[in-house]
Design a binder for this molecule. Structure first.
Ligand code: C2O
Length: 543
């Protein structure tokens, strides 16, 4: 492969939207940020220089970082932040990876404004497994706040309530005509009748999952999380934050203007948000200009069935896939949202959540606390005191196991512990991970993302996981990096721990991450050089 160089200047930029303007953090003054293009097996080198007062890191979402964990980017997991005035050069190779990815800031809530697409083409001469589209377009779904997002995170975490809803959903940074002052702040694709378009959908939103649909047009999914899928044709798709998808759309309708709409999917009960959709236009060339657009039909915000239908449609293109048939290590991990005890009740203060917060989000009843230096650095250099290796491989409390299956004991709010607990895996371990949604406050669909790997989604269902009832697909399960664990349900994923390093696994809803919904896998080195994590780069930021 060849080498692609990019220069990212982290800047404070004045942006006007929704009848307001604010200073926000961008890359090179752009919102969304610049697109990074590469080909499979290329090396990508991005020099990131921080010209803002905010601590920053950049994560290359979906890139497996084979033997390059130092460049993964999550703050305090693989690196210390790039501080004001400093720079850090990310350098990694797209080893056997191609498709639609994105990059985003991985610290506080800066991701709300610091994101962009990463498009990796197949090697020269290697065709797509579908008819070459006439054109391709990137559509990044996002959320926009009028407030400063770093302050917003602190205010939200302290409040103990649900996250403050975004002021607008956006498509490529544009709210579209459903919002104030946004009639012209709208993204538009001009299409030629009869042609087929490739849309690279990327969900870069913070705290809400989304449906996407185009009025009167069918969408054919051919790629999910940068892996080809069997073509699946549908009226709408659902993406959680952290997921990407390619859909093909043929302009086969009468000349006109059709809306492309992004609207919320929110399975948690009682969460308030603006039930307004962000609209972009799919505009036929030759149609009457300024005609009214036909509205897209989105499912209602709590339509769990619509979500399941999309999920059922995601199958790996090839079958059978190379999924581990034998398992060395089975992990049962619960995902929970709970209210913590507070030392002062009114107003609630000094509570037992992460950073003294009211809410606790946890895996196996442990809320993840970010350490003061990166877990990777502490692990690599053998510095004690920053993390422990005792992440429980099964839930601590709330659960009995009846005949090997979990039996949830509701309403126990005493048992969430805080800690930087990691789980250590020997090189090459074949892991099956059962993710079980639970929680005493509410259940919710959680987009769980694993760094450093893709995993096969071999089974999922509603309610509690009972192995005897689970229907495992070992033929053509999708190979993903972010799985929306069904609300109140479960998902089973498999991967082989063959990439040494320190890998974050967390909910990609940032509010849940702020409340501690994550853990870290430490994957040990194997034998040869090709199984060993290299030394850290010389310019690795210091805390
Ligand atoms: Cu896209 Cu750890 O995240």
């Amino acid at each position: 492969g060849s080498t692609r160089y990019y220069d990212f200047k982290v800047q404070t930029t004045r942006i006007a939207k929704l009848c307001n303007s604010k200073d926000m953090v961008t890359i090179n003054g752009m919102f969304p940020g610049p697109v990074v293009y590469a080909q499979e097996d290329d090396k990508i080198i991005v020099k990131v220089t921080n010209e803002t007062p905010y601590n920053t890191t950049i994560h290359w979402h979906g890139v497996r970082q084979k033997l390059s964990c130092w460049f993964d980017g999550p703050s305090y997991i693989t690196q210390c932040p790039i501080q004001a005035g400093q720079s850090f050069t990310y350098e990694f190779t797209m080893v056997k990876q191609k498709g639609t990815f994105f990059w985003h800031a991985h610290i506080s809530w800066l991701r709300a404004t610091v994101y962009g697409a990463l498009v990796v083409y197949p090697k020269s001469g290697v065709p797509y497994p579908f008819k070459v589209p006439y054109e391709e377009h990137i559509l990044i779904l996002g959320e926009y706040w009028l407030e400063d997002v770093v302050q917003l995170e602190h205010a939200t975490a302290a409040s103990g309530g649900p996250p403050t809803p975004a002021n607008a959903f956006t498509i490529n940074g544009h709210p579209g005509p459903n919002y104030n002052c946004s009639n012209t702040d709208v993204y538009q694709i001009d299409v030629v009748s009869g042609k087929t378009y490739m849309l690279r959908l990327i969900h870069a939103g913070l705290n809400v999952e989304s449906f996407f649909a185009i009025a009167n047009h069918k969408l054919t999914i051919v790629e999910a999380d940068a892996e080809y899928t069997k073509p699946f044709t549908t009226d709408r798709v659902m993406l959680g934050p952290g997921q990407t998808m390619i859909v093909l759309v043929t302009a086969d309708q009468p000349l006109g203007k059709y809306s492309m709409a992004m609207g919320p999917y929110m399975s948690a009960k009682g969460v308030k948000f603006q039930n307004i959709s962000s609209i972009a236009y799919f505009q036929y060339l030759g149609a009457v200009p300024n005609s009214f657009s036909l509205p897209a039909k989105l499912p209602s915000f709590n339509d769990n069935l619509a979500v399941m239908t999309v999920m059922d449609g995601l199958r790996s293109l090839s079958s059978p896939v190379n999924v581990p048939k034998k398992i060395d290590r089975e992990l049962f991990v619960t995902i929970g949202l709970n209210v913590q005890k507070c030392h002062s009740k009114t107003p609630k203060k000094n509570c037992q959540g992460v950073n003294n917060g009211v809410m606790a989000a946890s895996m196996n009843n442990i809320s993840f606390v970010k350490p003061k230096i990166s877990v990777l650095e502490a692990y690599y250099k053998g510095i004690d005191g920053y993390f422990t290796e005792d992440f429980p491989g099964a839930p601590l409390k709330f659960y009995d196991f009846v005949n090997g299956a979990p039996n949830i004991i509701p309403n126990n709010t005493e048992a969430i512990l805080n800690g930087t607990r990691t789980l250590v895996l020997e090189y090459g371990t074949r892991v099956q991970l059962i993710l079980q949604d639970t929680g005493t406050v509410t259940t919710e669909n959680h987009p769980i993302h694993l760094h450093g790997y893709s995993f096969y989604v071999v089974a999922y269902g509603t309610g509690n996981y009972y192995p005897q009832n689970a229907n495992f697909n070992l033929v053509d399960p999708p190979f993903m990096n972010t799985i929306g664990v069904p609300v109140g349900g479960w998902a089973a994923v498999r991967f082989v721990a063959d990439n040494p390093g320190v890998w974050f696994m967390h909910c990609h809803l940032d509010i849940h991450q702020s409340w501690g919904l994550g853990t870290v896998f430490v994957v040990k080195n194997g034998k040869g050089e090709l199984e060993t994590l290299p030394h850290p780069p010389a310019d690795l930021p210091q805390c």
